[in-house]
Design a protein around this ligand. Structure first.
Ligand code: PLP
Length: 473
């Protein structure tokens, strides 16, 4: 049964490809998946029932209160929060002497904290890879407010692009040390392409006694299916959303930050929990000398953080997840890639690095558009079948995918080979999903695979797409 049902490589079985046979057993943990084909794991992971049972048992037996006091319920919470900071560092193999964990509501808040508090000056530069999530692009608002320079770099020879920025900076007359920020995602959340983590070391090594280059790694899309080893790579900031790994808890993420670099951050706000004491009648406040609380304003989502404990306990081994999701991605890509219309024309246009994919350069996402059978649709000549039509067809079959640009305009427009000027010409606050861009769809269909995905899910998805292609022909 597990023999690969495609001609990916005739002699290779799914198991040899990395498929995890244990998924069959684990799938019992997701009874709500019955009659559903969920393929939207980059949007959100899914929780196991036992994980919630353990959480329920925990909160039924033990009293957890607000951490800001010394009552037993408060101490229970404080203990769990401390344990979870350690556990997160341990999971990512981060040295607690080097890194700290700031709890946030998700990756976006983690990125916002970096932007809000980074010591941008008019001499600073904020550079980001073209293929970043909007939540990274938004940091340029903070850079602009500080009159810093911002811009993007591309995948082609990025070192040369960073060096040319450094050369220009070296020519400036500056007396103070200037801090610069370079951001990239571990995995592109639009098409699943992965970016080399050895960029981190290369960026750090640009630093000299006048210019310090800091790396912001947005790991939100990477860590649900791949290991991030912070002993091997040393980014200055890492953003994470835990629901993308575990499904539950939602509303908990973190910023993993280098302690040394945190000393350079500003404090642009104080509020509940971030100050030891403040005066109401004059500008006086005392901050704690312990890092995370300085940036954790308000009461933490402490039951959510407790939920993390049970989530980690149930999360399968990440190397198994990595291989399993990669194997299914290969199957899905290969099957979709060979679909044609009856006249022999290609039916699917796929984005990402699948044509030369490895574990290192492609995550478990297959993003594609369905090509118009005669490159002719509704009397005009758009290239793709409308996303809305595909989405509605799949939704009726309880197949869950994401369509659109998935909050990653750089990657989306780059994949579609459309300029942002063309996008700007058709975008308004209520742009519908079926808007076209030079005859192409404004986005694509993103299928993302998680550890609970089975070969059965992939088969059902491929069957549905075959049926759709027949229907539109
Ligand atoms: C790469 C990447 N960065 C950031 C985010 C934002 O995460 P959140 O909405 O959980 O804050 C996402 C969410 O899809 C993402 O995929």
């Amino acid at each position: 049964m597990l023999l690969l049902f495609i001609t990916l490589c005739s002699a290779v079985s799914l198991t040899e490809l990395g498929y995890w046979n244990g998924v069959k057993r684990v799938r019992r943990e997701f009874p709500y998946l019955e009659n559903n084909v969920y393929l939207d794991y980059t949007a959100s992971g899914l929780h196991q029932v036992s994980q919630l049972k353990d959480f329920y048992y925990d909160v039924s037996k033990k009293l957890y209160g607000n951490a800001h006091s010394i009552s037993p319920s408060s101490i229970n919470t404080d203990t769990v929060v401390k344990q979870m900071r350690k556990r997160i560092l341990k999971y990512f193999n981060a040295n607690p002497k080097e890194y700290d964990v700031i709890f946030t509501s998700g990756a976006t808040e983690a990125l916002k904290i970096v932007g809000e508090n980074f010591p941008f000056t008019p001499a600073s530069v904020f550079l980001y890879l073209l293929q970043n999530h909007n939540s990274v692009l938004g940091i340029r608002e903070y850079a602009s407010n500080a009159n810093a320079t911002w811009g993007y770099f591309t995948e082609e020879d990025p070192e040369q692009q960073w060096r040319s920025v450094l050369d220009k900076l070296n020519k400036l007359q500056t007396t103070n040390v200037t801090h610069h920020l370079i951001a990239f995602p571990g995995e592109d959340n639009f098409n699943g392409a992965k970016f080399p983590l050895d960029w981190i070391c290369k960026i750090n090594s640009l630093s000299n006694n006048k210019h310090k280059f800091h790396v912001l790694l947005d790991a939100a899309a990477l860590v649900p299916s791949a290991k991030l080893d912070l002993t091997k790579y040393h980014p200055d900031f890492v953003s994470i959303s835990f629901y993308k790994m575990f499904g539950f808890p939602t509303g908990v993420g973190c910023l993993i930050v280098k302690k040394e670099v945190a000393k350079e951050l500003k404090i642009s706000y104080f509020g509940g929990g971030t100050v030891v004491m403040a005066a109401a009648d004059r500008d006086w406040k005392v901050f704690p000398d312990y890092l995370p609380p300085k940036y954790e304003a308000g009461t933490l989502n402490f039951l959510g953080i407790l939920g993390l404990k049970h989530a980690f306990n149930h999360f399968p081994n990440i190397d198994i997840i990595h291989k399993h999701t990669y194997a299914l991605t290969r199957v899905l890509f290969t099957e979709l890639n060979k679909l044609t219309y009856s006249n022999g024309t290609k039916a699917i246009e796929i984005y990402g690095n699948h044509n030369h994919s490895t574990y290192e350069n492609q995550g478990p996402i297959v993003t594609f558009n369905i090509l118009n059978s005669k490159y002719k649709y509704n009397g005009v000549f758009p290239k793709h079948v409308p996303l809305l039509t595909v989405n509605e067809f799949l939704a009726k079959k309880n197949i869950h995918v994401r369509v659109g640009c998935t909050c990653n305009p750089g990657s989306c427009l780059n994949s579609l080979n459309v300029t942002s000027l063309a996008a700007a010409a058709v975008t308004n606050p209520n742009t519908p999903v079926d808007t076209t861009l030079e005859g192409k769809q404004y986005g694509a269909i993103r299928v993302s695979i998680g550890y609970p995905t089975t070969i059965g899910d992939i088969r059902k998805f491929i069957r549905a797409i075959k049926e759709f292609i027949k229907m539109v022909e």
